[in-house]
Design a protein. Structure first.
Length: 330
């Protein structure tokens, strides 16, 4: 099969022939049709992620199962599935027993990612894609969509609360749609005034153009009960914390570019909380997939053939993708 192989840090990825995978017990092989490009792919390229090279990246894959291994009973050949980051836990720890993410999970880094014609995955790490949801639109939901849904659910939103989304790119444009679909008052914070009409169309009740100080802009707009941050800017994250309403929650989904300096007095006096999140409940993935199948969440995509994976990654690294890049496999 053909696969996009990352052989070294900061080296161009190469389209290479590699052996076809065969499933072991509990595993499946998937014919990949689409694989989303994520910020983690840039981290892999830069050597910012603890992996061994060479490796096939890509952790937002969708396609059809073409082979199942011994013991697989809940999936069958022909099923349309996607693969999520955490594929198989130990099954015995407290996290596994409670249905949460196992700290020792196997991931795509153990078996190889989805930037390939065929992908080996644990059956436990696959999810069926609802009828009516296209495979290209489903791809970014297996990481980006899953992440923002987990972020909102872990923020414990209450009816009538206001959610402000900081950073409305690949994750943020999905977060705006999800918050709107859940019936929450939704503010989008952006430094780009030309995004206003587009963000309103995605479901934002208000678009706040922030300039260089999103904290001041959000304060002037009345603050928020929840800030869902998808930005990598530690400075911006810190600037909005004190604008949270009393008992507000700031949930961050990405790797900041440095330490985040928070106002401890604002935290103490306002009962404000700072939370991090990764996709941690399978129910969150099922929920985002269902919202997309119903047309309530629609990822905005730039689609590239697999052969142009380097171009897609470079555009993502340069901040030129609007909003999500997806590789199409022949």
């Amino acid at each position: 099969m053909r696969a996009i192989v990352a052989s070294e840090i900061h080296r161009e990825w190469s389209l290479t022939e590699v052996p076809d995978p065969r499933p072991g017990p509990g595993q499946v092989v998937i014919r990949i049709r689409y694989s989303g490009m994520c910020g983690t792919d840039v981290h892999v390229h830069r050597g910012q992620f603890p992996i061994e090279f060479p490796i096939v990246a890509g952790h937002e894959p969708t396609g059809e199962i073409v082979e199942v291994g011994p013991g697989v009973t809940d999936l069958k050949v022909g099923d349309r599935v996607g693969v999520f980051w955490y594929q198989k836990g130990c099954g015995r720890c407290t996290s596994c027993q409670s249905g949460a993410t196992c700290p020792n999970s196997q991931t795509w880094m153990n078996l190889g990612g989805g930037n390939s014609e065929l992908m080996l995955a644990w059956a436990s790490g696959c999810a069926l894609i609802p009828d009516g949801l296209a495979l290209d639109a489903a791809a970014p939901l297996f990481c980006a969509g899953y992440t923002v849904m987990s972020a909102l659910r872990n923020a414990s939103p209450a009816p009538g609360e206001r959610v402000a989304v900081l950073g409305v790119g690949g994750l943020g444009h999905l977060a705006v749609q999800v918050a709107h679909a859940l019936g929450l008052e939704t503010f989008a914070l952006t430094g780009q005034a030309d995004k206003r009409a587009e963000l309103l169309a995605l479901g934002a009740d208000e678009v706040v153009v922030t300039g260089d100080d999103p904290g001041k802009a959000l304060h002037d707009a009345g603050g928020a009960d929840i800030v869902l941050s998808t930005t990598s800017s530690a400075k911006q994250i810190a600037s909005v914390f004190h604008t949270l309403r009393p008992r507000g929650r700031l949930v961050t989904t990405g790797l900041a570019d440095g330490p985040v300096s928070l106002d401890s007095l604002a935290a103490i006096l306002g009962f404000r909380e700072f939370r991090g999140v990764v996709p941690d409940r399978r129910a969150h993935l099922a929920e985002i997939l269902e919202l997309a199948a119903k047309g309530k969440v629609k990822p905005r995509l730039e689609i590239y053939p697999l052969e142009r994976a380097n171009e897609a990654r470079d555009r993502l690294e340069a901040g030129k993708v609007r909003y999500r890049a997806v590789l199409a496999h022949a």
